[in-house]
Design a protein around this ligand. Structure first.
Ligand code: SF4
Ligand code: SF4
Length: 79
């Protein structure tokens, strides 16, 4: 678990579909009034891109993402 890697949601691109909240099994997200809220960034797993991979609007990026290859975390939300 890390404070060096967690999702950031583009408020402009998010269409409020809720898929990221359903996908993450680590309790990082909470359903907000409209957009999901990142309530537990510390629980996000280094290198996981599970929510980014299923976001239909490309609204999710990661704090700590340098664009370099990150080894797959293998967590249950990853695939
Ligand atoms: S699905 Fe993976 S990348 Fe997305 S918030 Fe959960 S642990 Fe982090
Ligand atoms: S999956 Fe993407 S579009 Fe859907 S709520 Fe999450 S950030 Fe928004």
């Amino acid at each position: 678990m890390s404070k060096n890697w967690y999702p950031v949601i583009s408020q402009e691109e998010c269409t409020e579909c809720g898929s990221c909240v359903e996908k993450c099994s680590h309790g990082v997200y909470e359903v907000g009034v409209k957009k999901p809220i990142i309530v537990n960034p510390d629980e996000c797993v280094d290198g996981c891109r599970g929510c980014q991979n299923i976001c239909p609007s490309g609204a999710i990026s990661y704090f700590g993402d340098t664009g370099q290859e990150v080894s797959a975390c293998g967590c249950c939300s990853c695939s």
